[in-house]
Ligand binder design. Structure first.
Ligand SMILES: [Zn+2]
Length: 288
């Protein structure tokens, strides 16, 4: 395969990491892109139970920060706020919206949570976006991606659809991991010490839908500006809930229990360093 072209600036990207898949980096904007594919069979190595304990508290905290921005800043005083979440996964964001009187629909190709959506009366269309079933004549007030944007191979056609489905002054919200964060940099350092497993894990190369791109706080807004989206703000979200870190690491069946224990102890010691480093996850708000 030829080296890929950077989707942000059009340069040819250079081979950077040889992991389970190859990772290329743009010398100009630092965008990292992999040659991984989206596996449509959805065979996952993730243990959902363990994942849930570890992640839920953290996710709800982060979602609370996004809801606050929506209600107190972008849609202050607005009676009905209509949103669409692309890739709604476990449905947590949709539930948080409902608790906050925000009318958010979801669309999701993976069937794992289909029963859960029904039982909890969540408004979810099964399938891939764009899908006629999610069209809204007057357009959405916001479209949100929670840990999904980095998994999407064809961002160009995705963004063209979003432009149509958003209101003229609608908000595009992207909650996404960052390549300048503590964990990515630490995993990069380990890679050069011949320990590749951490980078493989961050890119989710052992899961059915690995990351395709790894953006940073500069190249993501530059990329979106090509489609007429202007950055309004971005802020840090938390990556680790130190009280449940062990369960979260244990969710990865590739890591032994002993290793997971050592790793979680190590991370707890590093807590102050991590908290003071560049954020591993940020949320970006764009106006179209
Ligand atoms: Zn570039």
């Amino acid at each position: 395969m030829d080296n890929p072209k950077c989707i942000v600036c059009g340069n040819i990207q250079n081979l950077k990491f040889e992991l389970k898949h190859k990772v290329y980096q743009c010398a100009s904007c630092n965008l990292y892109s992999s040659d991984a594919d989206f596996d449509l069979t959805f065979q996952s190595s993730l243990e959902e139970d363990s994942r849930e304990i570890g992640l839920k508290k953290l996710r709800l905290h982060n979602f609370g920060l996004i809801i606050k921005a929506l209600k107190e800043k972008y849609f202050k005083g607005k009676q009905t706020i209509k949103g669409l979440e692309i890739g709604c996964g476990n449905g947590w964001w949709l539930e948080v919206c409902r608790d906050n009187s925000i009318d958010c629909k979801g669309i999701e190709p993976e069937r794992t949570f289909e029963e859960y959506y029904k039982q909890n009366k969540l408004n979810v269309t099964m399938g891939f976006y764009p899908n006629p079933a999610t069209d809204l004549a007057e357009g959405y007030d916001f479209i949100i991606f929670n840990d999904v944007f980095e998994h999407i191979p064809d961002l160009n056609s995705l963004l063209l659809s979003i432009k149509k489905d958003l209101k003229k002054d609608g908000l595009l919200i992207i909650n996404i991991p960052m390549s300048n964060g503590f964990f990515y940099r630490a995993a990069t350092a380990l890679y050069y010490l011949k320990i590749k497993s951490f980078l493989d894990r961050l890119w989710q190369f052992n899961f059915h839908s690995p990351h395709i791109n790894y953006f940073n706080p500069k190249n993501l807004p530059t990329y979106l500006s090509n489609y007429g989206f202007k950055l309004r703000e971005n802020f840090r979200l938390e990556t680790l809930d130190f009280s449940s870190i062990k369960e979260r690491i244990m969710a990865d069946s590739k890591i032994s229990k002993a290793k997971a224990y050592t790793l979680s102890s190590f991370l707890t010691v590093l807590k102050p360093v991590i908290k003071n480093s560049s954020a591993d996850i940020r949320v970006f708000f764009f106006r179209q």
